[in-house]
Design a protein around this ligand. Structure first.
Ligand code: GDP
Ligand code: MG
Length: 204
């Protein structure tokens, strides 16, 4: 497990100009509003309230940057698919996400979250399509796994897997911040994505 010595909110940004100028390697977290993104971040960082969780979906409309152990960044991307969002809000969201995903040089991995109780939506699949199209490494995580019993959980995981990847080559990690499920696997993937950048500096 990764030891978290420090986890600090750096800034919220809408345009690339507002992104932090640090060039630490970065892992982004994406998914629809209310999927459990903030809870997952707090959970894997062992912080209670670093990332605000909210009962009102769709409130965060900025990309939030967090610096971890002074060595890498996590970004909390604004959630998508909240109910009744007007077209101009959706367009703004799309522009912000596209700029980030295509232009953020230190981005190493996107963790795409879906609720284990729901089948992936059009928007989830579109996000996956963008990631594939732009060749961005990504990892699928099914959140709130504690909400389903074992058998149902396995069934839903299968369904989610086949929706994202009919050929079944991709894994989907079942995660819960309530029962401490999936942390180890998730960290293993994150660590792996950061590995090259986190190698101890070689002396010239
Ligand atoms: N049972 C359960 N509830 C969760 C879990 N993760 C998040 N939630 C709940 O789902 C709601 C939305 O969580 P939040 O982290 O704010 O979602 P976000 O909008 O994606 O950032 C909150 O009421 C959380 O308490 C989980 O692993 N298990
Ligand atoms: Mg959130």
């Amino acid at each position: 497990m990764m030891k978290i010595q420090s986890a600090e909110f750096v800034t919220g940004a809408v345009t690339p100009k507002q992104y932090p100028k640090t060039f630490l390697p970065e892992v982004a977290f994406a998914g629809r509003s209310n999927v459990g993104k903030s809870s997952l971040l707090n959970s894997i960082l062992n912080r209670k309230k670093l990332v605000k969780t909210s009962a009102t979906p769709g409130k965060t409309q900025e990309i939030n940057f967090f610096e971890i152990n002074r060595r890498w960044m996590f970004t909390d991307l604004p959630g998508y698919g909240f109910a009744r969002a007007p077209a101009n809000v959706r367009r703004k969201w799309q522009g912000m996400i596209e700029q980030y995903l295509t232009g953020r040089e230190p981005l190493r991995l996107v963790v795409l979250l879906v609720d284990i109780r729901r089948d992936p939506t059009e928007l989830d699949l579109q996000m996956q399509e963008w990631l594939e199209h732009w060749n961005i490494p990504y990892l699928l995580v099914a959140t709130k796994a504690d909400k389903l019993k074992q058998a149902e959980r396995a069934r839903q995981l299968k369904k989610i897997k086949s929706a994202f990847d009919p050929e079944g080559r991709r894994e989907v990690i079942a995660f819960s911040c309530q029962v401490n499920l999936g942390r180890k696997e998730l960290w293993a993937h994150i660590r792996n994505a950061l590995a090259e950048d986190l190698e101890p500096e070689k002396t010239a």
